[in-house]
Ligand binder design. Structure first.
Ligand code: ADP
Ligand code: MG
Length: 403
């Protein structure tokens, strides 16, 4: 039995669901262009939960936020815009209700039959959502019989519809939330050792807390991307014009000390790919030792020798957690190290010798670019929540679902 309540508990707790009203928090913060949804991944993620509840006869009310309307109604951020996309994915008719609480929602519930689905308005139109105002949560709860949270991506926020509602109604993790929690637990909760973490990308200062936590959990910490430049600079390496946060040198030393004490091996690149200008296949491109970077050069990728050594490290590991690309992968050939390491991890996962979990907006894009996202054991599309989980923080939306 898992440590949090999920949809398998519904029958025991509530009996027959026919006609019962489910308030279901999902992620409908869909990317849009010119009023059209450009990617429906998040709807597809929520589909199993929505259809399972509908097929059990519940009236399904979907709660979600869209953008950052800052507590005021505006027509550009109405969730009415995603109704078509949700209908297309579900293959069912979906009603739109322009409120989240009160008489209008009560009337909608009266109209809906068992198994029907409705989307309520953007929860962030109400200031009480982000303040986790108990009054708003009570007003929303008044129209429901039970609450399901299927939005892991919003679980790091204690808002009325991500946390507050869980205290007012019987509360359950939806299927996608459950899959995410189980995969994450497998990767860092009680992982098979040795464990490797790859941390790269550009948002160095915001990821240092992740590193502080990881060194006590993992056997190998592989550092790439802009993150590696900051580490190299802190160690006295001249990184030229590279993306680098020099003022973090003291923090880097603390992390390296903590890693040393915890028996975690930190891997920094010893060869790198550099260029004088940031462009595709620039004339100034060359590969060199980290100690040979010129003052007018930028490190844009991990070098081939280091990449090969890192692949060998992965081959000795049983578990991998990955956030952040190894180089500026959007521009060729600075995708080389990221693609190579991603393909190694994918092959090891296919062979069954590695459990691989990756997350982060650009990381997922990089794995798609390498053509291996489908081979990883689990890909988390929840950027902020995934990073907070990697930091070892308790996510309020998850804590509220615990037994
Ligand atoms: P994620 O979204 O997966 O958490 P980040 O947002 O932290 O990852 O970082 C991704 C960005 O880091 C990418 O746009 C990539 O181009 C950039 N990047 C990686 N390595 C370098 C580098 N050496 N120099 C400059 N940018 C880099
Ligand atoms: Mg990013």
């Amino acid at each position: 039995m898992s440590s949090f309540r999920n949809l398998d508990d519904l029958g025991d707790d509530l009996g027959d669901l026919t006609g019962k009203v489910a308030l279901v928090r999902v992620d409908l913060n869909l990317p849009m262009q010119d009023g059209a949804v450009t990617d429906d991944t998040r709807v597809r993620a929520a589909m199993p939960t929505i259809l399972e509840l509908a097929d059990k006869g519940a009236k399904v009310l979907l709660l979600a936020h869209f953008g950052r309307p800052k507590g005021a109604r505006n027509s550009e951020q109405s969730l009415s815009m995603v109704v078509g996309a949700v209908q297309d994915v579900l293959g069912r008719e979906v009603m739109f209700v322009p409120e989240v609480a009160g008489e209008i929602v009560a009337q909608a519930v009266g109209i809906l039959g068992p198994g029907d689905i409705a989307i309520l308005e953007n929860t962030r139109f109400w200031p009480g959502e982000e303040k986790n105002d108990p009054e708003l949560a009570r007003a929303i709860a008044a129209n429901g019989d039970f609450y399901v949270n299927d939005a892991f991506s919003a679980a790091h926020r204690a808002h009325a519809t991500t946390e507050g509602l869980a205290h007012l109604l019987p509360a359950y993790a939806g299927r996608s939330m459950q899959a995410e929690l189980e995969a994450l637990d497998k990767a860092l909760g009680k992982p098979e050792r040795p464990v490797a973490a790859v941390v790269g990308g550009a948002k160095v200062s915001s990821k240092l807390d992740v590193l502080k936590h990881l060194v006590s959990l993992v056997d190998h910490l592989i550092i790439g991307g802009g993150m590696a430049n900051t580490f190299l600079a802190a160690r006295g390496v001249d990184v030229g014009k590279s993306l680098c946060e020099y003022d973090l040198a003291a923090t880097v030393e603390q992390i390296l000390d903590a890693a040393d004490k915890a028996g975690c091996t930190v891997h920094l690149p010893y060869d790198v790919v550099v260029a004088k200008e940031f462009a595709a296949n620039p004339a100034s491109l060359r590969i060199c030792n980290v100690h040979e970077v010129a003052a007018d050069e930028m490190i844009l990728d991990v070098g081939p020798q280091a990449t090969e050594a890192l692949a060998d490290v992965l081959k000795t590991c049983r578990t991998l957690v990955w956030n952040g690309p190894m180089g500026a992968f959007e521009t060729e050939p600075f995708d080389t190290a990221t693609v190579a390491l991603a393909r190694t991890a994918a092959a090891l996962t296919r062979e069954g010798s590695l459990v691989s979990v990756a997350g982060g907006g650009d990381t997922v894009a990089a794995l798609n670019h390498a053509g291996v996202a489908g081979d990883f054991s689990y890909i988390s599309t929840a950027g902020g929540a995934f990073l907070e989980w990697m930091e070892g923080r308790e996510l309020p939306g998850v804590v509220a679902l615990q037994r």
